[in-house]
Design a protein around this ligand. Structure first.
Ligand code: PLP
Length: 465
């Protein structure tokens, strides 16, 4: 993203020249092929269609810009974009080495780096379409190891767990959260004592607030009750690389590698295009559950084909190539460029939170454990604050600041301290996922727009008096 000398926004384009050069290099590997007619490319008709596509795509919020501070959306890194595009000239399929030899090897290398993030030298894992599919595979394996056992996840866990349990025919129950949005350990223990629990899903980075469930305590409970522990770190997993976290949060990341399975989504904080989730198992022997016969694939190599250890068949090799290239450029190491960008996102969230907290016009949710902030306008009662939050969302967008809205249980807010009457069980609040490192430098401009939007809310009321 660039702002040129006239102050107008422009997309970054210089890297397109790198794609052209890399394409030449790729082509050089196939010079022994006789020329073949290319599919028709270029031409005025295609230009017109592309122009129409560009026009249609204008109908989007500006996810790529720091003034978009709403949901979990950010653009892929340019190297991911280019590597993905480059791979499309081959269009490999990572189902089998027969469909994508190089990209299968690149997937295995990239996934091994993700496993090492959690301290795993041995593992079983692969990429997949996203967090939902990755969690489905983890719970599908859990079902075979804990047949009939109930799955528990916190009330703030992603809705996908309950839905996936429905698909898998697994009984599911949710565990209440504490005032910070983390799984309540007392409530969990009581539920475990009642018996019948096969798997507990801990969330490292809940979708709404970025809360991190207390893994050290969960591990103690696992030692007593013997359940399987799956960690949904789809959003938060990469924060393993960040030193500057609250001690409790940090302690969860320290022991994350003791989970039985972990999900991490490169298409959230890993700078990848959508369609890139990852499931990892600590014990590679779970590969036996995937065993199947395929009479029409797996014929050119005796080495492992990724289709032999994943539920999906065809998968984009380009996604693996993009991830491999990104991790090559930005290694997953503490203190590295990638880790520093995450640290900046978290710093932005902490600063933004403190500013909201010290401003009497707002009420804040739990302090951010990662880089997500939730807050609402203060009002005499919860219902009025919820209505005002919705209006503020719309008004902020009018001022060019794009936020998100979330409906959260009131126990995540100190209503008594704010003098607000609890006339409902939930509060509709504003939510900012500050996942672009540039947010740090843009905070002042974000705040200015929030200020204008907040003042604008009161204008019609004043006129009415
Ligand atoms: C914690 C968590 N788990 C799972 C998911 C589902 O992932 P996906 O949207 O990639 O399917 C999300 C999505 O936001 C998430 O935040």
């Amino acid at each position: 993203m660039k702002v040129n000398s006239t102050g107008r926004f422009r997309f970054e384009r210089q890297s397109l020249a790198l794609l052209e050069a890399a394409l030449g290099r790729l082509e050089a590997g196939f010079t022994d092929l006789p020329p073949a007619a290319d599919p028709p490319a270029g031409g005025a008709r295609m230009g017109r269609v592309l122009a129409e596509v560009a026009r249609r795509l204008q109908d989007n919020y500006p996810y790529f810009h720091p003034l978009y501070a709403g949901q979990m959306l950010k653009p892929p890194h340019p190297v991911a974009r280019l590597a993905y595009a480059l791979a499309l000239w081959i269009n490999p399929n990572n189902h089998a080495r027969d469909g994508g030899r190089a990209s299968s090897a690149m997937e295995q290398e990239a996934v091994a780096e993700l496993a090492r993030l959690f301290g795993w030298r041995r593992h079983l894992g692969h990429l997949c379409g996203g967090g939902t599919l990755a969690n489905l595979e983890a719970l599908w394996v859990a079902r075979q190891l804990r047949s009939g056992g109930r799955v528990l996840a916190s009330a703030q866990a992603h809705y996908t767990h309950q839905r996936v349990c429905g698909v898998l025919g697994l009984p599911f129950a949710s565990v209440p959260t504490d005032e910070r949005g983390r799984m309540d350990m007392g409530a969990l223990e009581r539920r475990l004592r009642a018996g019948g629990v096969g798997t507990v899903v801990a969330t490292v980075g809940t979708t709404a607030t970025g809360a991190v469930d207390p893994l050290p305590r969960l591990l103690q409970l696992r030692a007593s009750f013997g359940f399987r522990l799956h960690v949904d770190a789809a959003y938060g997993g990469y924060f393993r690389l960040v030193e500057d976290l609250a001690p409790e949060t940090r302690s969860a990341f320290h022991v994350l590698g003791r989970a039985d399975s972990v999900v991490i989504d490169p298409h959230k904080h890993g700078l990848q295009p959508y369609g890139c989730g990852c499931v990892l198992f600590r014990d590679p022997r779970v590969g036996r559950f995937y065993r199947h016969r395929s009479p029409y694939t797996y014929f050119t190599s005796k080495a492992l084909h990724l289709g032999e250890i994943s539920l999906e068949c065809s998968r984009p090799g380009a996604a693996a190539v993009a991830l491999w290239a990104t991790q090559r450029l930005l290694p997953l190491v503490p203190g590295g460029e990638f880790a520093r960008a995450l640290t900046r996102s978290r710093a932005a969230a902490v600063t933004f939170y403190e500013r909201l907290r010290s401003d009497g016009r707002f009420i804040v949710g739990p302090p951010p454990e990662l880089d997500i902030v939730v807050w609402a306008p203060r009002a005499a009662r919860v219902s009025a604050a919820s209505r005002r939050a919705r209006r503020l969302f719309t008004e902020a967008a009018r001022q060019g600041l794009h936020l998100a809205v979330a409906e959260l249980p009131i126990h995540l807010f100190d209503l008594t301290g704010a003098g607000m009457a609890p006339d409902g069980a939930t509060l509709i609040c504003l939510r900012s996922v500050l996942m672009k490192p540039e947010h740090d430098a843009w905070l002042e401009r974000l705040w200015e727009r929030l200020e204008h939007a907040t003042r604008a809310l009161d204008r019609p009321a004043r006129r009415g008096r």
